[in-house]
Design a protein around this ligand. Structure first.
Ligand code: BES
Ligand code: ZN
Ligand code: ZN
Length: 477
């Protein structure tokens, strides 16, 4: 991973300039000013050029469009950073040094977009695509704290991308938990893995049922970040769906449905990454992260449609579709969360194709019973980080669809409102303020979009960092 460092060197490769006032820029030479003068501001884009000393330089002119909100401006600059990274790689640079004449907030966004683009999952490639080794920034561009935050964001998001990109052959429930153990040790997070005997003795029938078709044991991981200066008395609990592979089970996925299903632990990646980042940033918050992890596979022991499972709170579930497995394992985790008397619980899950159809990959669906104040903080954080979310209702009528003739509840709703009926199912197991984030469409992309590269995105982590900051500020005021 390329880190971001400060430099007091005067030679800079990437020049981030104010495209609206480039004529008076101190960063670019008269020759570049002449080049820019010939173009219309609307056509400004990142370009590479050889300077008078024969060095490659990359000019990134930022032109703010009219009527942009503060949040969209930041996203525009992240995208500019992403383009600048691609141009830097295209001209075969190995390290770059960035100078800027923009505000530190915009500089942060530029470097965020740049650094998040500087990623590739290449461990299985004999010839990996080149990336920049190091990123240097001019002294006055950002303060030390901001640089360290940037490096922490990159570290935690890349961790999440790596585990989402890792196929089943390289990541099972045990190694997913192991990956959390590794980062926990370095940053003072308490790590606990319940083990199969405990999962059995707690009668976690959702987790055990979904995993029955697998040769590997499920895992149940509990992480705790509890700094002395925590501003919350009751913990914030994050729950993540850890289906390391979703074949659908006997309700097997058809066509290309299975092709990307290594991403079905994207919720786990989001909550592991979020607590990791909170710890790296030493946030004054008490956070507990819970990840139930399974493989949804088929063998002669696997559950079949029509089977009944008993969740750890005693609720019986008629499994009408073995492909609606996420809600089954999450229910055990949501029940487990009760013992912590949480301030509130957020769950992240690649839960439904319906959420994907509703919003596409432009945002995640969220829903739940947390206060309007918490929802507002989430919305503000979502726009700022550009990990956007849109709320769906949880009206009581939707629960009708989950009625079962022979069990307390069924795991399958009707053909409509599938993201909501999944949420409704989860709500049954919550006894605290709660929000559910359905990241089915945003956790894994088939095509790159700006700094959100094809493959695992690591979504949810930057959203949570912004949410945590706002929550802390809110408590302290
Ligand atoms: N993991 C899938 C949801 C999913 C789909 C995630 C596409 C990422 C991309 C989930 O377990 C699933 O299969 N859901 C079913 C539920 C249905 C059977 C009620 C779905 O959405 O089709
Ligand atoms: Zn499924
Ligand atoms: Zn799934």
């Amino acid at each position: 991973m390329a880190s971001i460092y400060k430099t007091n060197s005067l030679s800079h490769t990437v020049l981030l300039i104010d495209g609206n006032h480039f004529e008076s820029s101190q960063l670019i030479s008269p020759r570049i000013i002449e080049i820019l003068k010939k173009k219309s501001k609307k056509d400004f884009k990142v370009f590479g050029i050889i300077d008078e000393h024969g060095n490659d330089i990359i000019v990134a002119p930022f032109v703010s469009k009219e009527n942009r909100s503060a949040a969209t401006l930041l996203e525009d600059v992240r995208t500019l950073g992403s383009v600048a990274q691609k141009v830097s790689v295209a001209v075969q640079l190995e390290t770059i040094s960035v100078a800027s004449e923009l505000s530190s907030e915009l500089n942060f966004a530029f470097l965020e977009g740049f650094a998040l683009t500087n990623y590739s999952f290449s461990k299985y490639k004999s010839n990996s695509s080149p990336q920049l080794k190091d990123i240097y920034v001019q002294e006055n561009m950002l303060n030390d704290q901001a640089i360290s935050t940037l490096n922490h964001i990159v570290k935690s998001v890349f961790y999440a991308r790596d585990i989402v990109n890792e196929p089943l052959s390289g990541l099972n429930a045990k190694s997913l938990s192991g990956s959390a153990k590794s980062f926990s040790e370095n940053v003072g997070i308490q790590y606990q893995e319940l083990g199969i005997d405990t999962i059995r003795s707690l009668k976690m029938g959702g987790i055990l049922g979904v995993n029955k078709g697998s040769l590997n044991d499920p895992t149940f991981t509990v992480l705790e970040w509890k700094p002395e200066n925590a501003v919350n008395t009751n913990p914030i609990v994050l729950v993540g769906k850890g289906v390391v592979y979703d074949s659908g089970g006997y309700s097997i996925k058809v066509g290309d449905g299975m092709k990307t299903m290594k991403c079905d632990m994207g919720g786990a990646a989001a909550v592991f990454g979020s607590i990791y980042l909170a710890a790296l940033e030493k946030l004054p918050l008490h956070i507990i992260t819970i990840v139930p992890a399974v493989e949804n596979m088929i063998n002669e022991k696997a559950i079949v449609p029509g089977d009944i499972l008993t969740i750890s709170d005693g609720t019986t579930v008629e499994v009408l579709n073995t492909d609606a497995e996420g809600r089954l394992i999450l229910s055990d985790a949501l029940v487990y969360a009760r013992q912590f008397n949480p301030e509130f619980v957020f769950d992240f899950a690649t839960l439904t194709g319906a959420a994907m159809r509703a919003l596409g990959s432009e945002g995640a669906a969220f829903m739940g019973t947390a206060s309007q104040e918490i929802k507002d903080l989430v919305q503000a954080a979502a726009y700022y980080s550009h990990e956007r979310v849109s709320e769906m209702p949880l009206w009581e009528e939707y629960a009708e669809q989950l009625k079962s003739d022979i069990a307390d509840i069924s795991n399958l709703g009707g053909p409509l409102a599938g993201a909501i009926t999944a949420g409704k199912f989860l709500e049954h197991f919550t006894k605290y303020p709660w929000l559910h984030f359905d990241i089915a469409a945003t956790a894994f992309l088939s095509h790159s979009s700006s700094y959100r590269l094809a493959g695992g995105t690591g979504t949810g982590i930057r959203l949570m960092l912004e949410f945590f900051k706002r929550y802390i500020a809110n408590v302290q005021k």
